[in-house]
Design a protein around this ligand. Structure first.
Ligand code: PLP
Length: 632
């Protein structure tokens, strides 16, 4: 557990049990009376054949824990409730979930269900997201906000206006000044009074990777001049009462509460100015950016960690809004946040299998081949030294690093003897010292690369961990069992795609390899990728036509296993992924079937019928490797 810092990034949901397996505490470890769930048991249940009592699913497997999702939502709400109560803040917190983080139907429905008692809402950034948010919120709290962000056309705005008529608490947030005329026009046509907000372009700049769109030159939001024009226009039209929400977003993974407080204070000043100008302000929407600690280092100067928790985040926000509003004698607004990553990252674990490994002999040979062609360092040295160097080169070509070291030691000793006798000059001795350093370094590199093995894993980085490939984001990855056994190998993970980028060779500890176990003969070796519940699923592509994983939803139960699988679904089949690229699997099958009957004679060993049934199986089966099942 320490080796993978599971307590650092996994608490309070993930730990290691006495069997050496990853254990999941969906209600958080602080909750008494709930037993941990052994992740390996879930994998066995999901992948064992139906005849053995399993669900017969293929890996990779996404295991979702709705109870973790519930706990995250409730923890965020309690953090704000606590900050509000303890500081004497006179309004409330009311969050929304930005559906772009994970549009999975069950996740969005769960968020609406779990959050309805505290008026939790949704944020949409496009027309399909708005449609899904509208339909899901019909089952949520009537007060839950539906925040409409993103670039908008007339259809988007009409939909958002209609949503108000459907008694959904919809706010249209101007991303650009031009959207205002469309809103005014369409609201008149449809006779619907809009509730309007806008996104302000703050001067506060987040300097990390995710902050490139923040600050004055940021891509999104209205400048101060544009804000003033919007207010004036609404005032002239007698619509200033419609302006009720101020939104900003300074970027994902806000590194520190000081930067957060800076941004919130700036926004709160704008909020107070809007109140002064006569707008009917009610809500300050602080956007997303609540970070999570991917490597467990609690550091504010890394893109994969943050130096605060939910409580500190909420306290910093409430304190900053309250301070500014009190100074300006402005009524405290409802505080809304659009936290995505912090809500959904923990709720799913991706489990995949390593099905083989090999050592990196090519890297060893590369390192040693750098020893060839260094004769120029031996100028003026004796024939004996040159002969040693030729031998050294021959051993380097064969990849024998121990022998390389013997030869260089021999050469150095020979030269030192010659120097002591007075037959070798200082320049020549310096030359041999230089060669000595080069050889030692090359051998060290070779040894290191030799000790790193490549583990072949049955998944696609492009489909399941796109941020690793796209923005160099690291996620906690570790074996989900054998954690009571010391790993003896270092490995990198190489995926199934025919692409050199399809590998994982950077890890949360900053190393380029991961401590791993030998894969035992006939035994399975399962790895888990954690904290990947936000963004990865929607961003994941179909490189090499590998589709998404099988998915199970797991809840805690009182049964002997301690869990129940409440839904199970196979990942997309070969036919499904082909269809996603506009192929027509049914027609493809017919074409191939026709060909089989044309080309295979009835008396041949391989009959057309057998080929046809094999083809049907392939179209319906997984694109991932079907690794023969064996004892675990
Ligand atoms: N709101 C807006 C406008 C965003 O652009 C984003 C993502 O970048 C979010 C909310 C969610 O941010 P996070 O996942 O960091 O909470």
């Amino acid at each position: 557990a320490e080796l993978y810092n599971i307590n650092g990034w996994g608490a309070p949901y993930f730990t290691v049990n006495s069997s050496g397996n990853v254990a999941v505490c969906p209600h958080s470890s602080a909750t008494l009376g709930h037993q941990e769930i052994d992740l390996l048991k879930i994998v066995k249940k999901a992948t064992d054949s139906i005849s053995c009592g399993g669900l017969g699913l293929q890996l990779p497997l996404m295991v979702r824990f709705p109870d973790i999702l519930k706990n995250r939502l409730e923890s965020l709400q309690s953090a704000f409730d606590y900050a509000i109560q303890s500081g004497g803040y006179s309004s409330h917190y009311q969050g929304v979930f930005p559906v772009k983080c994970n549009q999975d139907r069950f996740i969005v429905e769960d968020i609406v269900k779990f959050g309805s008692s505290f008026r939790f809402g949704l944020e949409a950034g496009s027309k399909p997201e708005l449609l899904l948010a509208m339909s899901c919120l019909c089952k949520g709290s009537a007060e839950g906000l539906l925040v409409c962000n993103g670039f908008k056309d007339a259809e988007y705005i009409s939909l958002a206006l209609v949503a108000r008529k459907l008694a959904l608490n919809t706010v249209i947030v101007l991303e650009q000044e031009e959207e205002l005329d469309m809103i005014i026009d369409l609201s008149k046509k449809l006779c619907i009074r809009p509730v309007i907000g806008f996104r302000a372009k703050l001067r506060t700049k987040h300097s990390g990777h995710f902050g490139s769109t923040s600050g004055e030159k940021g891509k999104f939001g209205l400048t101060t001049a544009q804000i003033v024009r919007v207010v004036k226009k609404l005032q002239i039209l007698g619509m200033l009462d419609c302006l009720q929400l101020l939104h900003f977003h300074i970027g994902s993974m806000i590194p520190s509460t000081s930067l957060l407080a800076d941004g919130v204070s700036e926004a709160a000043q704008i909020y107070c100015e809007l109140v002064r100008m006569g707008a009917n302000m009610r809500v300050i929407d602080i956007g997303g950016g609540l970070g999570i600690d991917y490597n467990g280092s609690k550091s504010s100067d890394s893109d994969v960690s943050v130096g605060y928790g939910l409580e500190e985040y909420a306290a910093a926000v409430v304190e900053a809004v309250q301070r500014v509003c009190d100074k300006r004698s402005v009524k405290h607004p409802v505080i809304c946040s659009e936290s995505g990553r912090a809500i959904v990252s923990h709720q799913s674990v991706l489990v995949f299998e390593a099905f083989g490994c090999n050592s990196s002999t090519a890297a060893t040979t590369n390192a040693l081949s750098s020893l060839l062609g260094l004769q120029y360092l031996l100028e003026g040295l004796s024939e004996g030294v040159h002969a040693d160097y030729r031998n050294l080169c021959a051993t380097a070509i064969r990849g024998e690093h121990d022998a390389c070291l013997l030869y260089i030691e021999e050469m150095k000793k020979r030269c030192l003897d010659e120097f002591k006798e007075g037959s070798l000059g200082m320049e020549e001795l310096a030359g041999i010292d230089g060669l000595y350093d080069v050889v030692r370094k090359a051998v060290a590199t070779a040894e290191e690369s030799e000790s790193v093995r490549t583990y072949h894993v049955n998944m696609s980085v492009f489909t399941s961990i796109p941020d690793f490939w796209g923005i160099q984001q690291v996620f906690p990855i570790l074996p989900i069992h054998r954690l009571d056994e010391k790993p003896t190998v270092k490995g990198v993970l190489s995926d199934l795609t025919c692409d050199s980028d399809g590998k994982v060779d950077r890890f949360i500890n900053g190393e380029s390899s991961l401590p791993l176990h030998e894969i035992g003969d006939g035994h399975k070796y399962y790895l888990g990728m954690f904290l990947g519940g936000a963004y990865q699923e929607a961003l994941g592509g179909l490189h090499n036509l590998f589709g998404g994983p099988s998915v199970v939803r797991v809840s805690q139960s009182d049964g002997p296993q301690g869990f129940a699988v409440t839904s199970a679904e196979s990942g997309p089949s070969c036919g499904d992924v082909l269809r996603a690229m506009q192929h027509q699997p049914e027609l493809m099958f017919e074409t191939l079937k026709h060909r089989a009957f044309e080309h295979l004679r009835e008396d041949s060993l391989l009959t057309a019928e057998a080929v046809t049934s094999g083809l049907a199986h392939s179209f319906n089966n997984t694109p991932y490797l079907v690794v023969a099942s064996s004892q675990s």
